[in-house]
Design a binder for this molecule. Sequence first.
Ligand SMILES: [Fe+2]
Ligand SMILES: [Fe+2]
Length: 269
Amino acid sequence: MAELSEQHVRNPRADISEGALATARGRLTDRGIDPDPIVGTGELGGDVTVADFYTMLGMVAATEKAGQAPTHAMARLALHTDLPSEVADTLYLAYMQQSAEEAGHGDKVFGNAYFAMGGAAPGADSSAVGNPAQAFLAPGDDRKQNKVRLGGMAGLLGGIETVALNRVFPIFVAWCERWDHPIARDLLTQIQETVRPEESRHVLNWRYVFHTMIAPKGDAVIKAFYESTNRGRATLGSPPIDFETFTRMHGASAPTVRQLLGKERVAFN
Ligand SMILES: [Fe+2]
Ligand SMILES: [Fe+2]
């Protein structure tokens, strides 16, 4: 199955073949769900039906699940850098938490809704930020080089998070609100109560990296982080943000550990 892309937000049927749509309609019908009600409009026009929504859900589930492995690897890489231990420890905790949350979004939230509609969500294998990233994120002997790689991946993932939070989820919420069905109501609750607050914190991880690792290093490193962010956005077919927006999104200072983790950190020394 194709990955979720912003292209689908603008024109939901862009990459969905007639065959895939026919399969979707069959699965939904088998579950006693009408595939034809209209739940929204693509930004380039064209109706979004329950069958399109179903197909998008499968893509979102796979893409969310794909976030689990690289963030897990990043957490461990953080402990093999020359960063101050306070920063490295915070990044470890924040990325471990993000990894668990992305798995939850993929499996428990979107994968669950997709299953309720008749499908088994595809795996994360085809993701742009999934398996190919693993070798790149394995810690090497050079702690400074490990830090550079961590920063590059943090920019890329941050770019993806900005698209998820500001583009993809609002549209899903709108479609859920319009589709009058218990599956939609349940998904809506989970997006609002769980996914959105967690995604907001994932964007804060990107901000934390910026203020602790990137900004102090000066213009060239900031520019590289900015470019990584836009490369991340591009993996979802999303347009780049301009430098002013990038700067504004980072705010004046790093988020606190409490903001990053959504709770106080347990003191262990
Ligand atoms: Fe997520
Ligand atoms: Fe996320």
